[in-house]
Design a protein around this ligand. Sequence first.
Ligand code: NAP
Length: 251
Amino acid sequence: MPDLTPVLILGGTAEARALAAALVADGRRRVVSSLAGRVRNPALPAGEVRIGGFGGPEALAAWLRVHQIAAVLDATHPFAARISASAAEATPAAGVPLLVLRRPGWTAAEGDRWERVASMPGAADAVARTSGPVLLTTGRGGLEVFAPLPHRFVIRTVDPPDPPLPANAVVLLDRGPYTVEGERTLMTEHRVRTLVTKDSGGEMTVAKLAAARELDVAVIMVERPPVTPGVPVVPDVAAALRWVADVTVLA
Ligand code: NAP
Protein backbone atom coordinates (compact mmCIF):
# COMPACT_ATOMS: atom_id res chain seq x y z
CA MET A 1 0.00 0.00 0.00
CA PRO A 2 1.45 3.43 -0.86
CA ASP A 3 2.77 5.74 1.84
CA LEU A 4 0.77 8.95 1.39
CA THR A 5 3.07 11.14 3.49
CA PRO A 6 5.12 12.76 0.77
CA VAL A 7 8.82 12.96 0.19
CA LEU A 8 9.94 16.53 -0.59
CA ILE A 9 12.68 17.04 -3.17
CA LEU A 10 14.30 20.47 -3.20
CA GLY A 11 14.98 20.57 -6.92
CA GLY A 12 16.22 22.61 -9.82
CA THR A 13 18.90 20.20 -11.07
CA ALA A 14 19.07 17.23 -13.44
CA GLU A 15 19.77 14.97 -10.43
CA ALA A 16 16.62 16.21 -8.70
CA ARG A 17 14.57 15.38 -11.79
CA ALA A 18 16.14 11.91 -12.05
CA LEU A 19 15.36 11.31 -8.38
CA ALA A 20 11.74 12.42 -8.78
CA ALA A 21 11.35 10.23 -11.87
CA ALA A 22 12.72 7.17 -10.05
CA LEU A 23 10.51 7.67 -6.99
CA VAL A 24 7.41 8.27 -9.11
CA ALA A 25 8.18 5.19 -11.23
CA ASP A 26 8.56 3.17 -8.02
CA GLY A 27 5.00 4.25 -7.26
CA ARG A 28 5.00 3.67 -3.50
CA ARG A 29 5.35 7.23 -2.24
CA ARG A 30 3.93 10.66 -2.97
CA VAL A 31 6.63 12.84 -4.45
CA VAL A 32 6.59 16.64 -4.25
CA SER A 33 9.35 18.65 -5.95
CA SER A 34 10.01 22.24 -5.03
CA LEU A 35 11.51 24.74 -7.48
CA ALA A 36 12.72 28.27 -6.73
CA GLY A 37 10.85 29.66 -9.73
CA ARG A 38 13.67 31.79 -11.05
CA VAL A 39 14.27 30.08 -14.40
CA ARG A 40 11.80 31.13 -17.11
CA ASN A 41 10.90 27.75 -18.59
CA PRO A 42 11.95 25.21 -15.97
CA ALA A 43 12.15 21.54 -16.91
CA LEU A 44 9.38 20.10 -14.74
CA PRO A 45 10.03 16.94 -12.71
CA ALA A 46 7.68 13.95 -12.54
CA GLY A 47 5.17 13.97 -9.68
CA GLU A 48 3.72 16.97 -7.86
CA VAL A 49 5.49 20.32 -8.18
CA ARG A 50 5.36 23.49 -6.08
CA ILE A 51 7.14 26.66 -7.16
CA GLY A 52 8.58 29.59 -5.15
CA GLY A 53 10.54 30.22 -1.96
CA PHE A 54 9.17 29.08 1.40
CA GLY A 55 10.01 32.32 3.22
CA GLY A 56 13.03 31.18 5.24
CA PRO A 57 13.78 28.29 7.61
CA GLU A 58 10.93 28.83 10.07
CA ALA A 59 8.36 29.01 7.30
CA LEU A 60 9.87 25.93 5.70
CA ALA A 61 9.64 24.05 9.01
CA ALA A 62 5.96 25.02 9.28
CA TRP A 63 5.38 23.92 5.67
CA LEU A 64 6.98 20.52 6.39
CA ARG A 65 4.68 20.01 9.39
CA VAL A 66 1.49 21.13 7.61
CA HIS A 67 2.21 18.87 4.64
CA GLN A 68 3.32 15.97 6.87
CA ILE A 69 6.52 15.52 4.92
CA ALA A 70 8.22 12.19 5.67
CA ALA A 71 11.69 13.09 4.39
CA VAL A 72 13.49 15.93 2.61
CA LEU A 73 16.02 15.44 -0.18
CA ASP A 74 18.07 18.52 -0.91
CA ALA A 75 19.07 18.00 -4.54
CA THR A 76 19.64 21.68 -5.30
CA HIS A 77 22.65 23.07 -7.14
CA PRO A 78 25.93 22.89 -5.15
CA PHE A 79 26.01 26.73 -5.07
CA ALA A 80 22.41 27.19 -3.90
CA ALA A 81 23.66 27.81 -0.34
CA ARG A 82 20.66 29.62 1.13
CA ILE A 83 18.02 26.98 0.47
CA SER A 84 20.41 24.26 1.67
CA ALA A 85 21.10 26.14 4.92
CA SER A 86 17.37 26.72 5.29
CA ALA A 87 16.65 22.98 4.90
CA ALA A 88 19.41 22.11 7.39
CA GLU A 89 17.78 24.40 9.97
CA ALA A 90 14.14 23.58 9.24
CA THR A 91 14.28 19.78 9.12
CA PRO A 92 15.46 19.15 12.73
CA ALA A 93 12.95 21.76 13.90
CA ALA A 94 10.17 19.84 12.15
CA GLY A 95 11.55 16.41 13.10
CA VAL A 96 12.02 15.38 9.46
CA PRO A 97 15.12 13.54 8.17
CA LEU A 98 17.27 15.36 5.60
CA LEU A 99 19.68 14.09 2.98
CA VAL A 100 21.80 16.18 0.61
CA LEU A 101 22.31 14.79 -2.89
CA ARG A 102 25.35 16.60 -4.25
CA ARG A 103 27.14 15.57 -7.41
CA PRO A 104 30.93 15.40 -6.95
CA GLY A 105 33.01 18.41 -7.92
CA TRP A 106 35.52 18.36 -10.78
CA THR A 107 39.12 17.26 -10.35
CA ALA A 108 42.08 18.65 -12.29
CA ALA A 109 43.77 16.40 -14.86
CA GLU A 110 47.28 16.41 -16.28
CA GLY A 111 47.93 19.64 -18.18
CA ASP A 112 45.31 21.68 -16.31
CA ARG A 113 46.27 25.10 -14.95
CA TRP A 114 43.67 25.64 -12.22
CA GLU A 115 43.64 28.13 -9.40
CA ARG A 116 41.04 27.38 -6.74
CA VAL A 117 39.44 30.37 -5.03
CA ALA A 118 36.94 30.43 -2.18
CA SER A 119 34.51 33.04 -3.48
CA MET A 120 33.50 35.32 -6.34
CA PRO A 121 35.51 38.26 -4.89
CA GLY A 122 38.46 35.84 -4.73
CA ALA A 123 37.88 35.05 -8.42
CA ALA A 124 37.92 38.76 -9.28
CA ASP A 125 41.23 39.16 -7.39
CA ALA A 126 42.66 36.25 -9.37
CA VAL A 127 41.43 37.68 -12.69
CA ALA A 128 43.04 41.03 -11.81
CA ARG A 129 46.42 39.27 -11.84
CA THR A 130 45.88 37.95 -15.41
CA SER A 131 45.98 39.50 -18.85
CA GLY A 132 43.99 38.67 -21.97
CA PRO A 133 40.29 37.97 -22.54
CA VAL A 134 38.28 36.17 -19.85
CA LEU A 135 35.39 33.75 -20.30
CA LEU A 136 32.98 34.06 -17.34
CA THR A 137 30.63 31.10 -16.81
CA THR A 138 29.67 31.56 -13.15
CA GLY A 139 26.00 32.33 -13.72
CA ARG A 140 23.95 35.51 -13.97
CA GLY A 141 24.46 36.76 -10.40
CA GLY A 142 27.46 38.06 -8.46
CA LEU A 143 29.21 39.50 -11.51
CA GLU A 144 29.52 43.00 -10.00
CA VAL A 145 32.89 41.96 -8.54
CA PHE A 146 34.30 41.91 -12.09
CA ALA A 147 32.80 45.29 -13.07
CA PRO A 148 35.87 47.41 -12.11
CA LEU A 149 38.29 45.25 -14.13
CA PRO A 150 39.64 46.50 -17.50
CA HIS A 151 39.81 43.04 -19.11
CA ARG A 152 37.81 41.98 -22.15
CA PHE A 153 35.06 39.65 -20.83
CA VAL A 154 32.90 37.09 -22.60
CA ILE A 155 29.99 36.45 -20.23
CA ARG A 156 27.95 33.33 -20.93
CA THR A 157 24.71 32.84 -19.02
CA VAL A 158 21.35 31.10 -19.45
CA ASP A 159 19.27 34.19 -18.58
CA PRO A 160 20.55 37.79 -18.99
CA PRO A 161 23.19 38.66 -16.34
CA ASP A 162 22.44 41.11 -13.54
CA PRO A 163 24.27 44.47 -13.83
CA PRO A 164 26.68 46.06 -13.12
CA LEU A 165 28.91 44.31 -15.65
CA PRO A 166 32.45 45.12 -16.80
CA ALA A 167 32.57 47.90 -19.42
CA ASN A 168 34.39 45.72 -21.94
CA ALA A 169 32.02 42.73 -22.07
CA VAL A 170 30.11 40.71 -24.62
CA VAL A 171 27.15 38.66 -23.32
CA LEU A 172 26.27 35.29 -24.86
CA LEU A 173 22.96 33.72 -23.81
CA ASP A 174 23.19 29.95 -24.09
CA ARG A 175 22.43 26.83 -22.12
CA GLY A 176 24.30 23.54 -22.11
CA PRO A 177 25.08 20.79 -22.62
CA TYR A 178 28.17 21.96 -24.50
CA THR A 179 30.68 20.05 -26.65
CA VAL A 180 34.47 20.26 -26.41
CA GLU A 181 34.57 21.30 -30.06
CA GLY A 182 32.08 24.10 -29.47
CA GLU A 183 33.95 25.32 -26.41
CA ARG A 184 37.26 25.22 -28.30
CA THR A 185 35.75 27.31 -31.10
CA LEU A 186 34.32 29.83 -28.64
CA MET A 187 37.60 30.23 -26.74
CA THR A 188 39.64 30.48 -29.94
CA GLU A 189 37.31 33.04 -31.57
CA HIS A 190 37.44 35.30 -28.52
CA ARG A 191 41.15 34.59 -27.84
CA VAL A 192 40.24 33.60 -24.27
CA ARG A 193 43.23 33.27 -21.91
CA THR A 194 41.34 32.74 -18.63
CA LEU A 195 38.17 30.80 -17.81
CA VAL A 196 36.25 31.52 -14.60
CA THR A 197 33.87 28.78 -13.48
CA LYS A 198 32.15 27.50 -10.35
CA ASP A 199 33.01 23.94 -9.33
CA SER A 200 29.53 22.76 -10.29
CA GLY A 201 30.62 19.25 -11.26
CA GLY A 202 28.65 17.01 -13.63
CA GLU A 203 28.77 16.30 -17.34
CA MET A 204 26.54 19.10 -18.69
CA THR A 205 29.19 21.84 -18.55
CA VAL A 206 32.48 19.92 -18.22
CA ALA A 207 33.49 20.41 -21.90
CA LYS A 208 34.88 23.91 -21.19
CA LEU A 209 37.51 22.37 -18.89
CA ALA A 210 38.72 19.97 -21.58
CA ALA A 211 38.87 22.82 -24.12
CA ALA A 212 40.79 25.01 -21.63
CA ARG A 213 43.31 22.17 -21.12
CA GLU A 214 43.82 21.78 -24.88
CA LEU A 215 44.25 25.52 -25.44
CA ASP A 216 46.38 26.09 -22.30
CA VAL A 217 43.75 28.48 -20.93
CA ALA A 218 44.12 29.21 -17.19
CA VAL A 219 41.10 28.22 -15.06
CA ILE A 220 39.92 30.07 -11.97
CA MET A 221 37.72 27.60 -10.11
CA VAL A 222 35.32 28.95 -7.48
CA GLU A 223 34.98 26.37 -4.72
CA ARG A 224 31.63 25.20 -3.39
CA PRO A 225 30.12 26.52 -0.20
CA PRO A 226 30.38 23.83 2.50
CA VAL A 227 27.45 21.55 3.36
CA THR A 228 26.11 22.14 6.89
CA PRO A 229 28.12 19.90 9.28
CA GLY A 230 26.25 16.79 10.41
CA VAL A 231 23.95 16.60 7.37
CA PRO A 232 24.46 13.34 5.43
CA VAL A 233 25.55 13.75 1.81
CA VAL A 234 25.41 11.24 -1.06
CA PRO A 235 26.89 11.68 -4.55
CA ASP A 236 24.24 10.04 -6.74
CA VAL A 237 20.59 9.18 -7.24
CA ALA A 238 21.04 5.46 -6.44
CA ALA A 239 22.39 6.26 -2.97
CA ALA A 240 19.59 8.77 -2.40
CA LEU A 241 16.98 6.11 -3.28
CA ARG A 242 18.53 3.72 -0.74
CA TRP A 243 18.30 6.44 1.90
CA VAL A 244 14.61 7.09 1.12
CA ALA A 245 13.90 3.37 1.46
CA ASP A 246 15.64 3.38 4.86
CA VAL A 247 13.99 6.43 6.39
CA THR A 248 10.42 6.13 5.11
CA VAL A 249 8.08 3.41 6.32
CA LEU A 250 5.53 2.04 3.91
CA ALA A 251 2.13 1.18 5.43
P1 NAP B 1 19.73 30.03 -3.08
O1 NAP B 1 20.52 31.29 -3.10
O2 NAP B 1 20.14 28.95 -2.17
O3 NAP B 1 18.21 30.34 -2.82
C1 NAP B 1 17.69 31.62 -2.65
C2 NAP B 1 16.27 31.48 -2.17
O4 NAP B 1 15.46 30.92 -3.19
C3 NAP B 1 16.13 30.52 -1.01
O5 NAP B 1 16.39 31.16 0.21
C4 NAP B 1 14.69 30.06 -1.17
O6 NAP B 1 13.77 31.02 -0.71
C5 NAP B 1 14.53 30.01 -2.65
N1 NAP B 1 14.81 28.67 -3.20
C6 NAP B 1 15.96 28.21 -3.76
N2 NAP B 1 15.81 26.97 -4.19
C7 NAP B 1 14.54 26.61 -3.91
C8 NAP B 1 13.79 25.43 -4.13
N3 NAP B 1 14.33 24.35 -4.75
N4 NAP B 1 12.50 25.41 -3.70
C9 NAP B 1 11.96 26.51 -3.10
N5 NAP B 1 12.61 27.64 -2.88
C10 NAP B 1 13.90 27.70 -3.28
O7 NAP B 1 19.65 29.38 -4.52
P2 NAP B 1 19.84 30.01 -5.96
O8 NAP B 1 21.26 30.11 -6.27
O9 NAP B 1 18.96 31.22 -6.04
O10 NAP B 1 19.23 28.84 -6.82
C11 NAP B 1 17.83 28.71 -6.99
C12 NAP B 1 17.50 27.36 -7.58
O11 NAP B 1 18.14 27.23 -8.84
C13 NAP B 1 17.94 26.18 -6.71
O12 NAP B 1 16.86 25.27 -6.60
C14 NAP B 1 19.11 25.57 -7.46
O13 NAP B 1 19.19 24.18 -7.38
C15 NAP B 1 18.87 26.02 -8.89
N6 NAP B 1 20.15 26.26 -9.60
C16 NAP B 1 21.09 27.13 -9.08
C17 NAP B 1 22.29 27.31 -9.73
C18 NAP B 1 23.36 28.22 -9.16
O14 NAP B 1 24.44 28.33 -9.77
N7 NAP B 1 23.16 28.84 -8.02
C19 NAP B 1 22.49 26.65 -10.94
C20 NAP B 1 21.51 25.78 -11.45
C21 NAP B 1 20.33 25.60 -10.76
P3 NAP B 1 13.12 31.00 0.78
O15 NAP B 1 14.24 31.36 1.71
O16 NAP B 1 12.05 32.02 0.66
O17 NAP B 1 12.60 29.61 1.01
